[in-house]
Design a protein around this ligand. Structure first.
Ligand code: DO4
Ligand code: MG
Length: 284
C-alpha cells in the first residue's frame, strides 16, 4: 500500500494505492495530511473510504509532495559516499571530518513544486561536466517529526561542481530536475525494518546497461532518528518534510551521465523510480 497524490479528471487528490485501485482520502493536499499527528494519519489511511475508488490506470500519479513540504538531504552517511567525495575533491579533509563528526551533513534539496517523479525527466546542468544519480532512501516526516513513511529519492548531483569547491554544494545539488521522488509513500507501519533494505541503481544507454550499483541501508553510518532529530532541532516544518538519507552508490569517477540515459532505482518494499536524463533547464 502507498499514499499517493493523483489527478483524476483535472482534480488533484490524496489517496491510497492498493493493488490496482486508488481510494481517495478526505484531504486535497499531502502537506495537510503531513500536518497531522502520526496516529491520525495512520487511522485515516487504514480506514480510507471506498466511496471514491478508481482503477490506477484511470488516474495520473503525481510527485508525492505539495504546498509547504520541503525536501532535505543528508550527505556522506555511507563510507562509499565519503570515499567518492575524497576522490573528486581537492578538499578531502572536509569529507573525512564530516563522516566522523558528531554533527551530520544536512542540506536543503528542494521545494515541493520542483520535485519530479517516476516517468518524468531528471536533469543535469548544462555547465556540469560530471553528473551522477544518487540512490537514496528518503524518510517522510510529519510536522511533529514523526516518521510517516518512506520514498525512493534520486539526489541528482554534479560531481564536477562540488568537486571544484565544496562551497558550491547548493549549485551541485539544487537545479532544474535535480530531485526525483517515487510517487507513493510506503507507510512506516508497513515497512518492517528500514535499516534492512537493499537499494539498487542502474543506467541504460542506447539499450545497454552502462552502470549497476547496489547498497544496503544497514551500511548507513548514522541512525535515522539521529538525522531526523538534527533536521528538526532548529526549525519548524508545518507541512512536514522529506529527509533523504544519503547515497551508498556512487559510480566510478570516469562514469558521467549523458542526455537520454535512463536511470532506474529500486528499493524493494518502498518503491521504484525510472527517469530519462535531460540536459539544461529548458527541458523542465
Ligand atoms: O557532501 C556532499 C553530499 C553527499 C551526498 O549527497 C550523499 O552522500 O548522498
Ligand atoms: Mg545524496
Amino acid at each position: 500500500m502507498h499514499i499517493v497524490r493523483y489527478r483524476y479528471q483535472g482534480r488533484i487528490s490524496i489517496g491510497i494505492l492498493e493493488g490496482e485501485t486508488v481510494r481517495r482520502l478526505p484531504h486535497d493536499s499531502m502537506s495537510a495530511l503531513l500536518a497531522l499527528p502520526l496516529s491520525d494519519i495512520r487511522s485515516q489511511v487504514d480506514a480510507a473510504p471506498t466511496t471514491e475508488e478508481r482503477p490506477v490506470h484511470d488516474v495520473d500519479l503525481l510527485a508525492p509532495l505539495d504546498g509547504n513540504t520541503e525536501v532535505w538531504a543528508a550527505g556522506v552517511t555511507y563510507l562509499r559516499s565519503k570515499d567518492a567525495r575524497v576522490e573528486e575533491s581537492d578538499q578531502a579533509s572536509v569529507y573525512d571530518l564530516v563522516y566522523d563528526a558528531e554533527r551530520a551533513e544536512i542540506f536543503f534539496k528542494s521545494v515541493a513544486w520542483r520535485v519530479v517523479t517516476d516517468g518524468d525527466p531528471v536533469g543535469i546542468r548544462a555547465d556540469s561536466v560530471n553528473s551522477v544519480p544518487e540512490s537514496e532512501l528518503a524518510l517522510v516526516l510529519n510536522a511533529a517529526g514523526e516518521r510517516v513513511g518512506y520514498l525512493v529519492c534520486n539526489d541528482m548531483s554534479s560531481r564536477s561542481i562540488e568537486g571544484e569547491n565544496p562551497i558550491y554544494l547548493p549549485q551541485a545539488k539544487i537545479y532544474a530536475g535535480a530531485c526525483a521522488l517515487s510517487p507513493g509513500i510506503a507507510p512506516a507501519w508497513e515497512v518492517g525494518a528500514p535499516e534492512a533494505l537493499s537499494v539498487s541503481c542502474w543506467v541504460e544507454r542506447d539499450g545497454a546497461r552502462v552502470f549497476f550499483g547496489e547498497s544496503h541501508t544497514g551500511q548507513i553510518k548514522r541512525g535515522l532518528d539521529e538525522l531526523t532529530e538534527l533536521l528538526f532541532r532548529a526549525d519548524h516544518f508545518p507541512g512536514g518534510a522529506v529527509l533523504s538519507t544519503g547515497t551508498g552508490i556512487v559510480p566510478d569517477l570516469d562514469f558521467r551521465l549523458r542526455a537520454g540515459d535512463v536511470i532506474e532505482i529500486e528499493i524493494p518494499g518502498v518503491g521504484r523510480l525510472r527517469n530519462e536524463v535531460a540536459v539544461g533547464k529548458d527541458a523542465f
